[in-house]
Design a protein around this ligand. Structure first.
Ligand code: FE
Ligand code: ZN
Ligand code: FE
Length: 203
């Protein structure tokens, strides 16, 4: 006897737009808690949705940055990534403070955008390339990450201001500044040295 289960999640999500009691089938805990989401029908609920998405994006980045730093041959690139990892931990704590201030559980959303950016970058990291070329590729992926985050935090900051959540807006702005600075630092490394080395195929 064969029991097909993965289909359930999809059809279930479509079938019940307002899941008050999502207890129709016991084993629905597949790691994707999508089905328990509240409806997104106001700026506040959209803010929460985007905040959760960004929280998950930062979690994914926490897992990826050590690998990127380990692959970097240029010591300055390595330390830029390691320092941004440290910053990212602080950004996660800021998000957790914001969630606590509005009494919302941060979990429950997966950021497909960050997953896609990291997936793209991984392909090149796993190949044998001259180290300078790999460094240039790490920067390319890293800057995609930073720009994606800057878009997210800019939006979140504006929503927080609009909602009168001024402490949250201040924290989101701090993170936005850090993402911008990380992006600038990567540009400088690329343009001052690494792109030229990659052009020569150094490493
Ligand atoms: Fe970040
Ligand atoms: Zn996302
Ligand atoms: Fe970042």
């Amino acid at each position: 006897m064969v029991i097909l289960m993965p289909e359930r999640t999809k059809s279930h999500r479509k079938a019940s737009p307002a899941p008050r009691t999502v207890s129709s089938g016991g084993q629905a805990l597949a790691g994707d808690k999508e089905s328990t989401k509240a409806p997104i029908d106001s700026l506040m609920t959209l803010f929460i949705h985007e905040l959760k998405d960004t929280y998950n994006a930062e979690q994914q980045l926490l897992a990826a940055l050590p690998k990127m730093a380990a692959e970097a041959a240029d010591p300055e690139l390595g330390s830029a990534l390691t320092e941004h990892l440290e910053q990212t931990r602080g950004q996660v704590i800021r998000l957790e403070k914001i969630f606590a201030s509005i009494d919302v559980d941060p979990r429950g959303t997966r950021c497909a955008g960050m997953a896609g950016i990291l997936e793209e970058g991984k392909g090149l990291l796993e190949q044998e390339l001259p180290s300078s070329v790999k460094d240039a590729a790490i920067i390319a992926g890293g800057q995609r990450v930073e720009h994606y985050e800057m878009a997210a935090y800019g939006t979140l900051r504006a929503y927080a201001e609009q909602l009168g959540l001024h402490d949250a807006a201040d924290m989101l702005d701090m993170t936005l500044q850090e993402e911008g600075a990380a992006d600038v630092r990567l540009s400088r490394l690329a343009e001052r040295r690494i792109n030229a080395e990659a052009m020569q195929g150094v490493g």
